[in-house]
Design a protein around this ligand. Sequence first.
Ligand SMILES: NC(=O)c1ccc[n+]([C@@H]2O[C@H](COP(=O)([O-])OP(=O)(O)OC[C@H]3O[C@@H](n4cnc5c(N)ncnc54)[C@H](O)[C@@H]3O)[C@@H](O)[C@H]2O)c1
Length: 321
Amino acid sequence: MVDREMDGMGIKKVACIGAGLIGQGWATVFSSKGYEVILQDLTDAILSRSLKKIGSNLLFLEANRFLRKGEARASLKRIKTSTSIAEAVRDADYVQESVLDNYAEKEKVFREMDAEAPDRAILASSSSGLMMTRIQKVTKKPGRCLLVHPCLPVHLIPLVEIVGGRETSSETVGAVYEWMRGLGKVPVILNQEVPGYIVNRLTAALVREAIDLVDKGIATPGDIDKAFCFGIGLRDPVIGPFLRMHLAGNGIEQFFKNYSESYRYRWETMETWTSIPDSASEKVIEGVREMEIVRTKAFEEIVSWRDQMLVKILKLIERTG
Ligand SMILES: NC(=O)c1ccc[n+]([C@@H]2O[C@H](COP(=O)([O-])OP(=O)(O)OC[C@H]3O[C@@H](n4cnc5c(N)ncnc54)[C@H](O)[C@@H]3O)[C@@H](O)[C@H]2O)c1
């Protein structure tokens, strides 16, 4: 539970707009930290499916001792639902929007959230790469609007990227940064907007190269995933790209001296396309379907296996600091 005295923003009620994969994750986080949540989506059927998923997320957190016994049930009880944005945000102190990732939808929803939410409420978007400067233009109080981009699964991965638009106030950014820390998240503030922020830009570079290696017939999706998980990926929970360069070069200055030429050869032979070639997507689809885990396990089983493995990594990092 969050200590109310520590919650300097006075947040008591949170609204989650959009109850898909990401909205469910946020509702899991907020309710498990003691906040009253209103979860909103287009239909009662979607909301009831979503509540089921949140219930199982909370039980998973309890089973893995992120929550104490009985807290999963108590957290779920803190969540109410609504199919109306106006009703959901009416008393909210913080609103987290997680609807479809396109400007038309975000603008429509932000316009309504801004009109219906109390003046004190902060309006955050989960967008994976859109610009807040454009979205906040439809609001009357753009200073309180910002991007708070989580990573999937939201209830397990600590990182959130905080990105303000041109009109976002520094108070909003600072307050959300502190609040996210209080929720147990690891927030990073970007100094400038850029499509995809940090996480999805790095992912986009990696994914393009992975797809191209398949397209050129250099390796299969299964072997590329293996190279990642038993190579780069094993180091990734501990060191990022910059510490990796520092260690690989026996010092960052030496890294630039020793590796600039060989990196140049790699970059010169890399693709720079901005739309995935048809030939590549066909090969990737075929290759992913042939991966052993995809052939032998149902989609939900893979998701649950991923979450179990993530818990083991998180516990290890927590134990060793
Ligand atoms: N999936 C990811 O890995 C991921 C990660 C980080 C951020 N995001 C971002 O989070 C947002 C949501 O993504 P998602 O994966 O949860 O999508 P999703 O398709 O699972 O869920 C979107 C939900 O929004 C609802 N919705 C659509 N229009 C609505 C409206 N006008 N009012 C209320 N609800 C509406 C839909 O019914 C659906 O339940 C997107 O902006 C996405 O870019 C996604």
